[in-house]
Ligand binder design. Structure first.
Ligand code: KIV
Length: 285
């Protein structure tokens, strides 16, 4: 088996000051085949987001996602990749109650395959970030729109409160995070945060001035019908898949797949299409 040498959190942090490597792309993945595609495409930071709840599991929000879901998905992504840094989201309920809970959850994700973990919140979760970092596990912060709790209070509106966003970003950095996601932060505010932090900012719906961008893979591949307006669609994969399923179903209906055996005595032997036909030699009598 080839050696696994993953991009480290220190190397990602160092990109902040390396102009040749700033502006990097992050994509989400939740299973082995798509993680393989991301790494093959040269994307070396993969986020196993709890967006899994909506784009894979069919929930209306990320709130119902369990730690076991994230361990399962994180493990699949890690097993399918060798160089990528695999950030795995800590789901709602896995870090709120206490530092001990947060450390226990982060350890479970690392045992499953995570290279680092991500949790939502600014000043309020800084102590949790510090506790996980003290336990030796690299952490990515996430401020702005916080999907795990947005529906219960702060909402999904773009964040324009520069003072609060800056305070949150600074608290996350001071707690020891090596990078931070800015979700739907006003682009001017995102620029100010990016300029004032020593760790890379990863934007989603936060303008072009962040150090990196992240997109949910189902949004960029055209696999999720409710993609947000800021997510550019790079392919229409749902259309390709639907067409392939339609062609398969038609061929089964018409007897074109699988190829019909020409065994003597088989009265269904007349092939219905040009598909290759495999002949089975008759048994000697
Ligand atoms: O869960 C997720 O995919 C995320 C991104 C939206 C940043 O947290």
């Amino acid at each position: 088996m080839a050696a696994i040498r993953r991009l480290t959190s220190a190397a990602i942090r160092a990109r902040k000051h390396d102009l040749t490597q700033s502006r990097f792309a992050v994509v989400t993945a939740y299973d082995a085949p798509f993680a393989r595609c991301a790494e093959e495409a040269g994307i070396d930071v993969i986020l196993v987001g709890d967006s899994l709840g909506m784009v894979v599991l069919g929930y209306e929000s990320t709130a119902p996602v369990e730690l076991a879901d994230m361990c399962r998905a994180g493990g699949a992504v890690a097993r399918a990749t060798a160089r990528a840094h695999v950030i795995v989201d800590m789901p709602l309920g896995s870090y709120q109650a206490s530092d001990e809970d947060a450390i226990r959850s982060a350890v479970a994700l690392v045992k499953a395959g995570a290279t680092s973990v991500k949790l939502e919140g600014g000043e309020a979760v800084a102590p949790r970030i510090a506790a996980i970092v003290r336990a030796g596990i690299p952490v990515v912060g996430h401020i702005g729109v916080l999907p795990q709790t947005a529906a219960m209070g702060a909402g999904f509106r773009r964040k324009t409160d520069a003072a609060q966003m800056l305070a949150d970003a600074r608290a996350v950095e001071s707690a020891g995070a090596f990078s931070i996601v800015l979700e739907m932060v006003d682009p001017e505010v995102a620029l100010e945060i990016t300029a004032s932090l020593a760790i890379p900012t990863i934007g989603i719906g936060a303008g072009a001035e962040c150090d990196a961008q992240v997109l949910v893979m189902h949004d960029l591949l055209g696999l999720y019908p409710d993609a947000p307006p800021f997510a550019k669609r790079y392919a229409e994969v749902a259309t390709i898949v639907t067409e392939a399923f339609r062609a398969y179903a038609r061929e089964v209906r018409e007897g074109a797949f699988p190829p019909v055996l020409t065994t003597p005595g088989n009265d269904r032997a007349a092939p219905l299409s040009d598909a290759p036909v495999y002949a089975i030699p008759a048994k000697p009598v």
